[in-house]
Design a protein around this ligand. Structure first.
Ligand SMILES: [Zn+2]
Ligand SMILES: [Zn+2]
Length: 367
C-alpha cells in the first residue's frame, strides 16, 4: 500500500481536490510509477466538464512521466529505477495491436477511458478505504504515484528531462502522429490545421517538415497563432476576427485545402473544413466532443472526391513514435518548451482553467 497526494475529481463540473489516496501493489502486467510530471490534455478537460463519461470520485491524467518504483508479477519490459513516459494502453493481442495499430485495439475504450478499473476489474486506488476510479489511459497520472499498465510505459534515458517530455504521451503524439502517419501531406500540398493547442501545433511541426506549398494555422487566440508561425505555419487566420472561408479562398487562390487537420472537435469547424477542401482533399478530425455529436455533411459538396476521416491517438504505436519524438526534441526539431507552462499539484485547477481559456497551451504539473 502506497499513500500519495492526488487530484481527485469528486463530481463532473466541480474543481479538482488535492487529497491523500492509497494505491494497491502493482498486479500482473503493471508497474508502480513515482510521477515526476504530468501534462494536462483536452480529454482531461472533457472529463472534468462531464462531456466525456468517467466514474467519480476518480483520478484522471494521461501524460505522465516518472520513475518505476516496483513491478508486478511477470513484468520484464521495465524494471525499478527505469525512467518512463506514459501513454495510452492496449491489449497487445488483438488484430489491431498485432498490426501495430494499438490505438484501434478491440478493448481500447474500456482500457483507457471507461470504467476506471484495471483489467482484473479491481480498482487500485482508494480514499479512506473507499474505491476511487483510476487507470485512466492505463495510468491516472494526476497524483504522486500511479499504477500503470506496462503497455502504457515507454522507457527513456535516465538523463531525459521528464517534465519537458511528459506531453509526448498524448497531445504531441496525437498531433504529430495524425499528420505524419495519416494525413501524410506531400511537398506542394496546401495544408490547414484548425486549432493551435498542443495537438494542432504538434501537427504544424509535423506538416512543416513535409515542405507544403502553404501551411495555414487557424485559431481564436492571436498569441497561439504567433507560435504557430514560429513553428512553421506560412499563414495564420484569427477566427475571432476574420472570416475563415473567405481567407482560405484568398490564400489558396480558390484552389482549396488539400490536407486539413481539425483538432477542435467542433462540428461547425469540421463542416467548414470540408467546404474549404480542394478536389480530392482530405479532412482529418481528432477532437473528441461528447458522444452523439454529429457533423452535418452536404453530400453534393463531397462528391468531388473529398474524404472525411477520423483518427485516435494519431494512429501511432507509442513504443516506436515516442523514442523518435524524444530524439527529435534533442536535436531541436520539437521545441516542447515553447508550448508549456509548469504548475504545482496544488494549482492543478488553475492549470486546467488556464488551458480552457487558451492562456496556456500545455500545462505541466510538476510533482
Ligand atoms: Zn488490442
Ligand atoms: Zn490526451
Amino acid at each position: 500500500m502506497t499513500a500519495a497526494r492526488a487530484a481527485v475529481l469528486n463530481a463532473p463540473g466541480t474543481p479538482l481536490s488535492v487529497e491523500t489516496v492509497e494505491l494497491a501493489a502493482p498486479g500482473t502486467g503493471e508497474a508502480l510509477v513515482r510521477l515526476v510530471a504530468s501534462g494536462l490534455c483536452h480529454t482531461d478537460l472533457g472529463v472534468l466538464a462531464g462531456g466525456i463519461p468517467f466514474p467519480s470520485p476518480g483520478v484522471i491524467g494521461h501524460e505522465g512521466a516518472g520513475v518505476v518504483e516496483a513491478v508486478g508479477p511477470g513484468v520484464t519490459a521495465v524494471a525499478p529505477r527505469d525512467h518512463v513516459l506514459m501513454s495510452f494502453t492496449s491489449c497487445g493481442g488483438c488484430d489491431a495491436c498485432a498490426q501495430a495499430h494499438p490505438a484501434y485495439c478491440d478493448t481500447w475504450l474500456p482500457r483507457n477511458l471507461l470504467g476506471g478499473l484495471r483489467t482484473d476489474d479491481s480498482g487500485g486506488i482508494t480514499r479512506d478505504g473507499e474505491p476511487v476510479a483510476a487507470h485512466f489511459f492505463g495510468q491516472s497520472s494526476f497524483g504522486e504515484y500511479a499504477i500503470a499498465d506496462v503497455r502504457s510505459l515507454v522507457r527513456v534515458a535516465d538523463d531525459a528531462d521528464l517534465a519537458t517530455l511528459a506531453p509526448l504521451g498524448c497531445g504531441v503524439l496525437t498531433g504529430f502522429g495524425s499528420v505524419r502517419n495519416v494525413l501524410d501531406p506531400g511537398p506542394g500540398d496546401v495544408v490547414a490545421v484548425y486549432g493551435s493547442g498542443a495537438v494542432g501545433l504538434s501537427g504544424v511541426i509535423a506538416a512543416a517538415s513535409r515542405r507544403p506549398a502553404r501551411l495555414i494555422a487557424i485559431d481564436l487566440v492571436a498569441a497561439r497563432l504567433d507560435l504557430a508561425r514560429e513553428l512553421g505555419a506560412t499563414d495564420t487566420i484569427d477566427a475571432s476576427t476574420e472570416n475563415v472561408a473567405e481567407r482560405l479562398a484568398e490564400i489558396t487562390g480558390g484552389h482549396g485545402v488539400d490536407k486539413s487537420f481539425d483538432t477542435t472537435g467542433s462540428p461547425a469547424v469540421a463542416r467548414g473544413a470540408l467546404d474549404a477542401a480542394a478536389v480530392r482533399g482530405t479532412v482529418l478530425v481528432c477532437g473528441a466532443p461528447p458522444p452523439g455529436t454529429e457533423i452535418p455533411v452536404d453530400i453534393q459538396g463531397i462528391l468531388t472526391g473529398k474524404v472525411l476521416r477520423g483518427v485516435t491517438m494519431g494512429d501511432t504505436d507509442p513504443q516506436t513514435l515516442i523514442p523518435e519524438l524524444v530524439a527529435l526534441h534533442a536535436t531541436g526539431g520539437l521545441p516542447l518548451e515553447r508550448l508549456q507552462r509548469r504548475y504545482a499539484l496544488e494549482d492543478i485547477q488553475q492549470a486546467a482553467d488556464d488551458m480552457h481559456h487558451g492562456v496556456t497551451v500545455k500545462p505541466v504539473i510538476v510533482y
